[in-house]
Design a protein around this ligand. Sequence first.
Ligand SMILES: Cc1cc2nc3c(=O)[nH]c(=O)nc-3n(C[C@H](O)[C@H](O)[C@H](O)COP(=O)(O)O)c2cc1C
Length: 157
Amino acid sequence: MKTLVAYFSATGTTKRIAEMVAKASKADLFEIKPETPYTPEDLNWQDDKSRTSVEMKDQPDFRPPMAESTPDISDYDRIYVGFPIWWYKAPTIVNTFFEGAEWKGKQVALFATSGSSGIDGAWESLNSSASGAVLVAAKRFSSSAFQDEVDTWVETM
Ligand SMILES: Cc1cc2nc3c(=O)[nH]c(=O)nc-3n(C[C@H](O)[C@H](O)[C@H](O)COP(=O)(O)O)c2cc1C
């Protein structure tokens, strides 16, 4: 099985987990990078006018551009997609990533980090961007998760 791990991480927490998922699943790794990186001010969820507040709440149909477009996924059987939870769902740049490829028949496994929110609401806002994909798993990890926990999750699939 050929596997890709794609992740978005604004402050490095999800990146650390993504590297562990890639190690556990012997996958290639792709970072979803925004064309315009998110600054600390952009990430201020207490400010209704911050970039992330506007993108997530006022403009959910806007797709933040990626610095590098979605790679060719045609050779991969399973794609893990990781992200931080923003406002109970996936950042809309993850929609940008999904909308750059053809997902019919692909196995998708989601993982996320968050302060405390679960990952259950994330697929609802992603699945219309990943038409035909088969969601095989979704797991939220705490920022302090260790390789063992990631290995166990990957092994159960
Ligand atoms: C704009 C924004 C919105 C967030 N919304 C939530 C949320 O709804 N629930 C939650 O538990 N954590 C929320 N968080 C916290 C992040 O999910 C958490 O810090 C995550 O581990 C960051 O991952 P990263 O370092 O890979 O970017 C939010 C963070 C930001 C910046």
